[in-house]
Design a protein around this ligand. Structure first.
Ligand SMILES: N[C@@H](CCC(=O)N[C@@H](CS)C(=O)NCC(=O)O)C(=O)O
Length: 257
C-alpha cells in the first residue's frame, strides 16, 4: 500500500483542504463573532438544527408534550452550523464546545444550560420522570445504551459519514475502516434487537430516541445515501425497530420541527 502524503513535523491548519465542512471546521475553540441568541417565552429554549443529534431533542420534547407534560413547551431556534452560527458569542457561552443541540431550561433560576444531546435527553427524562426505566437494573441498562450511542456515533458520523459523503474525493482506506465499524455497530444492534422490541426493558426510552436518528435513519436510507453500500437490508431487526419508531407521531413532529 502506498501514499503520497508524509506528515510534516508539526501539523498546520490547511484551510483549503476541501470537503463539505472545510470552511466551518477549525482547530481552535471559542467565539468568532458577537451574537445575541433569540429567547422565546416558553420554558425550554432549544438551539438546534435538523441533524441526527438535533433531531434527538425535538423528538424527545414532542414525546413529552404527547405525554401531556406542558412544562416541556419549547421554542426552537435554528443554529445554522454551515454558516458558523455555533461560534457566536452567546452560543459559545451556553456550549463552549460549539456544537448543536443546546437546551436552555428557563424554568430554573438561574436558567440551566445543557449541551451534549445525550446529557439533554437524560436531563429531560429525569426532570419529567419518564422515558427512563425506574427499576435500577433496567435504568442502568438504558444508560449503557445511551452512552454507547454517544461514543459510537462519532465513528458513524465523523468517520463513515464524513469520508463516504463529505470528503472532497473518495479515499479507500478511511472508507473501508469506517464502513467496517459502521457495519459492526449495526450488527451489535441487530443481535440485541433480535431479543427485544426496544433498546432496553422492552419499552421505548431515551436510548431509542438517541440511537434512532443515527442507525434507524441509516437503515431507512435517510442519511448518507449509504443503504445499498452498507447493505442495510441485511439488518432485519434494526429495520423492524426503525420502521416502528418512524411511525410514532412525536417522531414525525420532531423531524418536522
Ligand atoms: N456529542 C455531541 C455532538 C454534537 C455535534 O457534533 N453536533 C454537530 C451537528 S450534528 C455540530 O454542531 N457541528 C458543528 C461543528 O462541528 O462545527 C452531541 O451529541 O451533542
Amino acid at each position: 500500500m502506498s501514499n503520497d502524503y508524509t506528515p510534516p513535523k508539526v501539523w498546520e491548519w490547511d484551510q483549503e483542504s476541501g470537503g463539505k465542512w472545510a470552511s466551518v471546521n477549525r482547530p481552535i475553540a471559542g467565539a468568532t463573532h458577537e451574537k445575541t441568541l433569540p429567547l422565546g417565552k416558553k420554558p425550554l429554549q432549544l438551539y438546534s438544527l435538523g441533524t441526527p443529534n438535533g433531531i434527538k431533542i425535538s423528538v424527545m420534547l414532542e414525546e413529552l408534550l404527547a405525554l401531556g407534560k406542558e412544562a416541556a413547551a419549547y421554542d426552537l431556534h435554528v443554529i445554522n452550523i454551515g454558516k458558523g452560527e455555533q461560534f457566536g458569542s452567546d452560543f459559545v457561552k451556553l456550549n463552549p464546545n460549539s456544537k448543536i443541540p443546546v437546551l436552555l431550561d428557563t424554568a430554573q433560576s438561574p436558567p440551566q444550560a445543557i449541551f451534549e444531546s445525550c446529557a439533554i435527553l437524560h436531563y429531560l427524562a429525569e426532570k419529567f420522570a419518564v422515558l427512563l426505566p425506574a427499576d435500577a437494573r433496567e435504568r442502568t441498562q438504558c444508560l449503557s445504551w445511551l452512552f454507547w450511542q454517544e461514543s459510537s456515533a462519532s465513528f458513524l458520523g465523523g468517520g463513515f459519514g464524513h469520508f463516504y459523503s463529505y470528503a472532497p474525493y473518495p479515499m479507500e482506506y478511511p472508507i473501508n475502516r469506517y464502513a467496517m465499524e459502521a457495519k459492526r455497530q449495526l450488527d451489535v444492534l441487530d443481535r440485541h434487537l433480535a431479543e427485544q422490541d426496544y433498546m432496553c426493558a422492552s419499552t421505548y426510552s431515551i436510548a431509542d430516541i438517541a440511537i434512532w436518528p443515527w442507525y434507524g435513519r441509516l437503515v431507512l436510507g435517510e442519511i448518507y445515501d449509504a443503504a445499498e453500500f452498507l447493505d442495510v437490508a441485511s439488518y432485519k431487526n434494526v429495520a423492524r425497530w426503525a420502521r416502528s419508531i418512524a411511525m410514532r407521531p412525536a417522531v414525525k413532529a420532531g423531524i418536522a420541527a
